[in-house]
Design a protein. Structure first.
Length: 126
């Protein structure tokens, strides 16, 4: 009689397994502290630099377009009109990209991280 692996696993082992999203960041770095630092630098830092106006508004808008922070544009509540010239202000809910374009940028970053993890897995465990 076959036993289900999940049924025989202890609860502690289920909680110790990292979720797939963190695995793609953790795989190339091999250390949890480095993976957390890389995730914070690529997601949180551009949002803070642009939101607190530490960098000029043009640089901040490009940071919000090119980094994984663009995925937060899915929360955009103010529609973007091309005839209205407005300052990008993430605090008020305005993002430089449309919601689906920001989500697409986030998907490209996730695909790149998974691709890098796949290549490194093939090289290290060959």
């Amino acid at each position: 009689m076959r036993r289900n692996r999940l049924a025989s696993a202890s609860p502690a082992s289920l909680y110790s397994t990292p979720p797939p999203a963190t695995t793609s960041v953790r795989m190339p770095l091999r250390r949890s502290a480095a993976a957390i630092t890389a995730a914070v630098v690529t997601v949180v830092l551009p949002f803070l630099l642009a939101g607190l106006n530490i960098v000029p508004s043009g640089v901040g808008a490009w940071l919000l377009r090119l980094t994984p922070t663009a995925g937060l544009a899915i929360q955009q509540s103010i529609p973007r009109y091309p005839q209205v010239a407005s300052v990008v202000d993430t605090v008020r809910g305005y993002w430089p990209l449309s919601p689906y374009a920001g989500f697409g940028v986030l998907c490209l970053w996730a695909a790149a991280a998974l691709g890098l993890a796949f290549v490194l897995l093939r090289q290290r465990d060959a």
